[in-house]
Design a protein around this ligand. Structure first.
Ligand SMILES: Cc1cc2nc3c(=O)[nH]c(=O)nc-3n(C[C@H](O)[C@H](O)[C@H](O)COP(=O)(O)O)c2cc1C
Length: 302
């Protein structure tokens, strides 16, 4: 194997790993344990220097084959941020001084291959989608963590996938570049509190997968969503009933409404999948997204 002339080899003496030996580990662990999404930003701008440091944290992330099949659009323009906020119907977004639009980008690699006389079919490859999507998010998450580490904060905005066409137009994204997620970035007006999560023992399995017994599973979610009791208004009951009927038939609708009657409220699972991330919309939402992906030049799911 040829070692490229610009790559250095490390021996045990000259490489101790970043921050590993410097006692910074505890701080990093605490940072990760205490992080939370930020939706309340001050007006403080982000300097070019800080932005550069954050973006470099992103580009140093792990990426399949070291291909880096992503691009990040740095959005400072107030009008563009306002537009994204309006489309996503999330008003707090406009206050964040910077939006970062993370895109899966196979165009740059395709142009490189073309210029170098190399073959390239990644825009039709499910494997390249699978890995490239992960690469894009891992890069984004490194930037989130770097931002948290210097007293900033961020929140992901997933709803951009409902506006792929207009978003591609607003940021002049060519074919081969697909928006994945947006990140609002800035300084906290109030530092957000960590949210409850499922415990480590619930999500981690020793050696092999183990289904939790029903009562343990219910207790785990009850601990996470403790206190979520949605008032059973006529309108919500109708929506819940309709969604259950469409996805699971009359029997599910009857069971859902009977559960609500017995408990006197709509529970967390019913709120999440019956009212918020509505189970009946899965099929309706699929078609426009698949079309937007094809319009952006990808045949991953054909
Ligand atoms: C892929 C993805 C999409 C998200 N989309 C939104 C969004 O559109 N709006 C929003 O306010 N939060 C969004 N979030 C943030 C989540 O709501 C948040 O991470 C979750 O409630 C857990 O809270 P925490 O981040 O404070 O732990 C998103 C997070 C992820 C990872």
């Amino acid at each position: 194997v040829n070692i490229p002339s610009d790559s250095k080899t490390h021996d045990a003496d000259d490489h101790h790993g970043p921050a590993r030996a410097s006692g910074g580990g505890e701080g990093t662990i605490r940072l990760l344990h205490e992080r939370a999404s930020l939706r309340d930003f001050t007006d403080e701008p982000i300097t070019e220097e800080t932005m550069g440091r954050l973006l470099t944290a992103g580009t140093h992330s792990a990426t399949g084959g070291n291909l880096q099949p992503y691009s990040i659009i740095v959005i400072r323009d107030a009008e563009r941020r306002r537009k994204m906020s309006e489309w996503c119907e999330q008003s707090f977004m406009a206050k964040a001084p910077v939006h970062l639009l993370f895109c899966l980008d196979l165009r740059r690699l395709e142009r490189w291959a073309e210029l170098e006389g190399a073959p390239f079919t990644a825009r039709a490859s499910l494997q390249h989608f699978w890995i490239g999507f992960q690469d894009t998010i891992i890069c984004a998450q490194s930037i989130c963590t770097a931002a948290d580490a210097i007293g900033m904060g961020s929140v992901y905005i997933g709803t951009v996938i409902d506006f792929v066409g207009p978003t591609r137009e607003l940021f002049s994204l060519p074919r081969g570049v697909m928006p994945v997620v947006l990140l609002c970035l800035g300084y906290p007006r109030v530092v957000p509190k960590p949210r409850k999560k499922l415990e480590q023992a619930v999500v981690a399995h020793e050696e092999v997968y183990r289904d939790l017994p029903d009562d343990e599973l219910l207790a785990a979610f009850e601990a996470k969503y403790e206190g979520v009791r949605v008032e059973a208004t006529e309108e919500r009951l109708k929506t819940l009933g309709d969604v259950c009927r469409e996805t699971g038939g009359e029997a599910l609708a009857a069971r859902a409404l009977e559960t609500v009657r017995r408990r006197g409220h709509i529970n967390a699972a019913q709120r999440l999948f019956g009212l918020h991330y509505r189970a009946d919309q899965a099929e309706r939402e699929k078609k426009p997204l698949l079309e937007a992906i094809e319009e952006a030049g990808f045949r991953w799911f054909r």
